[in-house]
Design a protein around this ligand. Structure first.
Ligand code: ATP
Length: 317
């Protein structure tokens, strides 16, 4: 199984301990926890047993160290994580609304995260990789977008593959420049990992069926659609539609579910598992993530997922 890489933001997350309170008065927080959607994703690839690396940047501070050491310990190649002097590691304060929605105060754009570039170390990592995972969130950070575009072009030119988790904000996709970035990535995407509305936004279609048809016509090999507590579905010309119900768990913290789902799905498919089996692993990874507080704390090894699936009495033939 070749090396899977991603390019994007590494940050720490500091979370409110009570639901409902805003940021307008002093209150309690827990953290820092290692975070950043690309970091969570690549950590889950490594924990699942895939070769993994990330192009990113952190500051010369403890927030950077906590991330780099976690990724290294979990088996991620950290050789292309640059340390930027004079910029702090990115951070996000998070608070939870009673309806489950989250509000963030981000310090990313002006943090070290925004300084991720195609350095010599990054090019060396990209040259070894057979798959690049693109996160829509990275496009919102100037600098990272350029590095991502270069990584995609290099990996594709070598016959490698691309997965794309759009995390599209509708406003970004509707702006001409944002739409062009999304369309450029869709044109080279082998595996699309949308959630909810993102499928419709990515395809600019009104229904799920129309969106799937349009995207598969575009040449996208397969789509793994995330449906939160309703599970997930696979769509491809080869296997048609495959549905997988969610595991029944108590949700403590939703952060990271989509990233862990995508990483487990991708790594399963790259290891040659059929879509039904990949969805089962991916749903299990997403479900375990939401039961843990902290964005990267719910990442699972393949053995942990096997135990979780067996304990739930779920198997595929
Ligand atoms: P996020 O942006 O919060 O990381 P997402 O919107 O990309 O997530 P979701 O659909 O919320 O992705 O979650 C991914 C997968 O994780 C789902 O398809 C499902 O299998 C699992 N999952 C998420 N939430 C739950 C839940 N409450 N109960 C069981 N499984 C869940």
């Amino acid at each position: 199984l070749g090396l899977t890489i991603t390019v994007g933001e590494i940050l720490v997350e500091i979370m409110a301990t009570t639901v409902g309170a805003g940021f307008l008065s002093p209150q309690s927080f827990v953290g820092p926890f290692p975070s950043g959607a690309p970091a969570i994703f690549i950590d889950q690839v490594a924990r699942f047993g895939g070769a993994a690396g990330i192009v990113a940047a952190v500051g010369a501070d403890d927030f950077g160290t906590i991330n780099v050491e976690r990724l290294r310990a979990d088996g991620v190649d950290v050789s292309a994580i640059a340390t930027i002097q004079g910029r702090p590691t990115g951070s996000a304060f998070v608070r939870y609304r009673p309806d489950g929605a989250r509000d963030f105060v981000f310090n990313i754009t002006h943090s070290a995260a925004g300084e991720a570039r195609m350095t010599e170390a990054a090019r060396a990592l990209v040259a070894k990789s057979g798959h690049v995972h693109v996160m829509g969130s990275a496009f919102a950070i100037p600098g990272i977008a350029a590095a991502l575009v270069e990584a995609v072009a290099t990996v594709k030119a070598r016959g490698g593959s691309v997965s794309f988790d759009p995390n599209i904000r509708k406003e970004l996709a509707q702006a001409d420049e944002g739409r062009k970035l999304v369309d450029d990535v869709l044109a080279v995407t082998d595996l699309l990992l949308p959630s909810g509305d993102e499928l419709l936004v990515a395809a600019d279609a009104a229904t799920e069926e129309a969106a799937v048809e349009r995207l598969l016509d575009l040449g996208i090999g397969e789509i793994a659609l995330k449906r939160g507590s309703a599970g997930s579905s696979h769509f491809s010309r080869q296997f048609g539609r495959v549905d997988c119900p969610a595991f029944s768990v108590e949700e403590v913290d939703p952060t990271g579910a989509g990233d862990c789902f995508g990483a487990a799905y991708l790594t399963s498919r790259r290891a040659g598992l059929a879509p039904a089996r990949a969805l089962l692993y991916a749903n299990a990874a997403g479900a375990r993530t939401v039961t843990r507080q902290g964005p990267m704390e719910g990442v699972s090894s393949r053995e942990e997922l096997d135990e979780f699936i067996a304990a739930a009495g779920r198997e595929v033939g």
